[in-house]
Design a protein around this ligand. Structure first.
Ligand code: SF4
Length: 82
């Protein structure tokens, strides 16, 4: 699970914006303005029918600031991104 979903900077963060691209998720912010320090992204590959897909998860970040449930409050009722 990406730690960003519980981070205060979520809807301003440029790295999370890239994670949304990788997951095919709609963006929370059109023009994020926060550059996080030292985000560590875990990339996993998974087989698709005729190719490979990848999943990106931020597992550690120097700018992480706890805000439990931030993503869910911005997308009430939606399933958390995986
Ligand atoms: S944990 Fe880091 S990369 Fe993720 S939203 Fe927060 S500041 Fe951005």
């Amino acid at each position: 699970m990406c730690i960003c979903v519980d981070c205060f900077w979520l809807d301003r963060c440029r790295t999370y914006h890239q994670v949304e691209n990788q997951h095919g998720q709609p963006h929370l912010a059109a023009a994020p303005d926060f550059e996080p320090e030292d985000p560590r992204i875990h990339v996993s590959l998974r087989p698709l029918a005729e190719s490979w897909g990848s999943e990106w998860d931020v597992r550690a970040c120097g700018s992480f600031r706890a805000d439990p449930g931030h993503w869910q409050r911005l997308r009430p009722g939606a399933c958390l991104p995986r």
